[in-house]
Design a protein around this ligand. Structure first.
Ligand SMILES: Cc1cc2nc3c(=O)[nH]c(=O)nc-3n(C[C@H](O)[C@H](O)[C@H](O)COP(=O)(O)OP(=O)(O)OC[C@H]3O[C@@H](n4cnc5c(N)ncnc54)[C@H](O)[C@@H]3O)c2cc1C
Length: 437
């Protein structure tokens, strides 16, 4: 135990898992240090709303310091953890070493390009507020550049938005981009017709939302098509260029390409020296501690654990939250000299939104699609948002945009360059020569 005999717990990551664990632990006679490389907790399920100009960053993220205010035994530190010394029980930051009696690592996961990192600048993914703002910038800028080009008499560019990956993030981005082009921007431009924008969703596997039952995947695909999305399944992307995506021999021109095709665990997992799976997730014991180190827990998206049926637990917020609670309880049991309990995930169902009044939901054997699923999705997400103010603001924003089709956060920030633009323009002007080149 560290010098002052009050157990010191370091929590790495203030996402769903780490933040929840810290809040549960704050009720115990312990000192907690919560470290995150950002000063804010992000409600990732609503990131796509920031990326598509429906919400502003402050409505889905909140300062960590503010969230845990009033809990005098939680110290919040802004900094990037780089390594661990499990023998000395130290967490290493560039300029600081934090001793611990218990360590909870909840550093999450991020989108991944699996050996094709050169695709990142051409096809950004969605994991942080910064990513969302970059996607928003590219999408809105594409319409502006197309309007400017058409207005200056240089011809119309066919705007194609390509989303790679038909999981929940790809589906919600595609559905919302369709709504933006068909409804939100439909009457705001004079020289281009935003409705002619093609929203193309590419999924390498045989169906979208593969983690859902087949009937719900089918329903999601139908709902996407109704919103105006072109869905291509079994379409394995083999290359990403500045203004195009390649699927084998086929080359699809793209004004904006977005990446929603893979997830890899934080590299911090590998620094623990415990076994990891192919996605870099740490293989934890049933009490969420790592083998040989009962004082080190890994939770949330960074942990790999199977349920009683042998199925890998999904990387979703409820798993991270429940693991946060379970870890806090096991530390409490340790302190009281009681035996630990194994983690059991209580699956309350899953929901995926597709767009306005379009969603799918699975509650055990009950499968729901359409408006009712969308309403359930909406209320669940508002309920879990951090901060009463945010819940009210988001509810009002959604009600407003539901009836008016307005999206209030349509600001282009950052520079006014699109990686695709020059190439798209050249393709348009000299299509044959360019193809030969
Ligand atoms: C776009 C998107 C949409 C999603 N939609 C849904 C949904 O609708 N429903 C659902 O249930 N789940 C959804 N998820 C998944 C859900 O957000 C994750 O399962 C959940 O966030 C996992 O929680 P976590 O605590 O493990 O990690 P995270 O919430 O990702 O938190 C990790 C934290 O660790 C910090 N961190 C990382 N590395 C370091 C470091 N080296 N040093 C210090 N701090 C570090 C990060 O800044 C972050 O705050 C979505 C995820 C994304 C990206």
């Amino acid at each position: 135990m560290t010098s002052d005999l009050i157990p010191r717990i370091v929590v790495v990551g203030a996402g769903f898992g780490g933040l929840h664990a810290a809040r549960c632990l704050a009720r115990l006679p312990v000192r907690i240090t919560l470290v995150d490389r950002k000063n804010h907790h992000t409600f990732q399920p609503l990131l796509y709303q920031v990326a598509t100009a429906g919400l502003s960053p402050g409505e889905i993220a909140a300062p960590i310091r503010w969230i845990v205010r009033g809990r005098r035994n939680i110290e919040v530190l802004l900094g990037e953890v780089q390594d661990f010394d499990l023998e000395q029980r130290l967490v290493k930051l560039p300029d600081l070493e934090l001793p611990y009696d218990y360590l909870i690592v909840a550093a999450g996961a991020s989108h991944a390009y699996f050996g094709h990192d050169d695709r990142e600048p051409l096809a950004p993914g969605l994991n942080t507020i910064e990513d969302a703002l970059e996607i928003r910038r590219r999408v809105l800028l594409a319409f502006e550049l197309a309007e400017r080009q058409a207005a200056s008499g240089n011809g119309q560019v066919q705007l194609n938005f390509i989303i790679v990956g038909g999981g929940p993030t790809g589906v919600e981005l595609a559905g919302t981009l369709a709504e933006i082009s068909r409804r939100v921007l439909a009457n705001e431009f004079l020289s281009i017709d935003p409705k002619s924008t093609r929203i193309i969703l590419l999924e390498g596997g045989p169906r979208v939302l593969p983690s859902y039952p087949e009937d719900l995947s089918r329903s999601a695909e139908e709902q996407l098509r109704r919103l105006g999305v072109e869905v291509h399944t079994s379409a394995l992307v083999t290359g990403v260029e500045p203004a195009a995506v390649r699927i084998g021999e086929t080359r699809l021109p793209a004004a904006v390409t977005l990446w929603a095709a893979g997830v890899a665990a934080s590299l911090l997992g590998r620094k623990l020296g415990a076994p990891v799976d192919r996605a870099g997730r740490v293989l934890v014991n049933n009490d969420l501690a790592i083998p040989g180190h009962p004082e080190v827990f890994v939770i949330g998206d960074l942990a790999a654990l199977k349920d009683e049926a042998g199925k890998m637990l999904p990387g979703v917020a409820p798993v991270a939250l429940q693991q946060g609670t379970a870890t806090a309880r096991n530390i409490k049991r340790d302190l009281q000299g009681e035996p630990r309990q194994n983690f059991h995930y209580l699956d309350k169902g899953s929901l995926a939104t597709i767009g306005r009044a379009a969603a799918i939901a699975q509650f055990g054997k009950i499968h729901i699609s359409g408006f009712v699923a969308w309403l359930s999705w909406l209320f669940v997400h508002i309920f879990f948002l951090i901060g009463f103010r945010n819940r009210i603001i988001v509810l009002i924003q959604w009600a407003w945009s539901y009836f008016t089709y307005e999206r209030g956060a349509r600001l282009i920030t950052g520079d006014e360059q699109l990686p695709s633009w020059t190439a798209l323009h050249d393709q348009q002007e000299h299509p044959i020569e360019k193809r030969r080149a």
